[in-house]
Design a protein around this ligand. Structure first.
Ligand SMILES: [Fe+2]
Ligand SMILES: [Fe+2]
Length: 303
């Protein structure tokens, strides 16, 4: 039960925030006339914000040190990026949640009693309900966009991308609810999933940079090509080559993490010309940090 509580809260700290921000990016991308889509995206933004608030309240003294240290929950830029994004869009963001996350303690000092398990079970159910709704909304947006019935400033590929992330979250939550633990997909599938996510981030970044940012566009293109190759290798890999490939992915992802860190610093510091929201830059950095933690865990012999 202790594992169930810890894994549930760690999952929400990362993915719950990711979903809250996806709702935000959807909301910020609609033209003013799309009042119904705006209302629905805003509702999910509020629902995930509420779920994340509850998560942070329950997580103190329970979650793992490596999760808090990884930079997947918050980074040094998150607060600043949130304030800037709030001011730029006029859409509210509760920065107090971020402040509370920065103060979270790791460890197993809190007693996991029946009441605690009950609270986490309720939270998991709440998040699953919101998640099913958000997945349906994303699917509807994608259909309308690809049939040219809806305009948004988000790429169709971005909608497909955030749909895949939402489905990964749902898979993890369903396993926690049905079996009390996470049966991680095998390493090959995990690497295929995240290599594709990393590749697409590079493609989004290059497409949202100002055309005059030649050097950054070139570097983003190189990372997209690197991950495209790694994605192919992960698909073709046989069991014996796994370790060598993981080491290669780890090397690339460490470099990529540095590129994204510099990018987030540049965007929050107003040194880069682009149409990238500061919070989007921080969002993709956190996803790289999450992947890095998984890869490092695998390399240390975990599963
Ligand atoms: Fe995302
Ligand atoms: Fe992503």
């Amino acid at each position: 039960m202790k594992e169930y509580v810890r894994l549930s809260l760690e999952t929400h700290l990362f993915f719950g925030r990711i979903m809250k921000e996806h709702s935000f990016f959807l909301l910020a991308g609609f033209p003013a006339k799309e009042t119904e889509f705006i209302r629905r995206a805003d509702q999910f933004r509020e629902e995930f914000e509420d779920g994340l608030r509850k998560t942070v309240r329950l997580a103190d003294g329970i979650v793992g040190e490596c999760v808090l240290r990884s930079g997947e929950v918050v980074t040094e830029f998150t607060q600043k990026a949130e304030c800037q994004t709030k001011n730029l869009t006029g859409i509210p963001i509760d920065v107090k949640i971020t402040e509370a996350e920065e103060r979270l303690h790791a460890g197993s000092c809190v007693m996991v009693n029946r009441e605690m398990v009950h609270h986490v079970k309720m939270l998991n159910r709440q998040m699953l309900r919101s998640l099913n709704g958000l997945i349906a909304l994303k699917e509807e947006i994608l259909t309308d966009m690809t049939r040219c019935r809806l305009y948004t400033t988000n790429y169709p590929l971005l909608i497909e991308h955030i749909l895949r992330e939402a489905k990964m979250y749902r898979q993890i939550l369903s396993e926690l609810e049905n079996r009390g633990r996470i049966f991680a997909p095998d390493l090959k599938n995990l690497e295929i999933f995240w290599n594709q996510i990393m590749m697409e981030h590079a493609q989004f970044i290059r497409g949202l940079l100002d055309p005059t940012e030649c050097e950054l566009i070139e570097t983003a293109d190189e990372f997209a090509e690197d991950y495209c190759r790694l994605l192919k290798e992960a698909r073709e890999q046989d069991a014996r080559a796994t370790n060598a490939l993981t080491a290669k992915i780890l090397r690339t992802t460490r470099q990529y993490q540095r590129f994204k860190t510099a990018g987030t610093e540049g965007i929050t510091g107003c040194e880069i010309r682009s149409i990238i929201l500061p919070l989007l830059a921080d969002h993709v950095l956190r996803e790289a940090n999450h992947y890095l933690r998984i890869l490092e865990h695998v390399q240390k012999g975990g599963n």
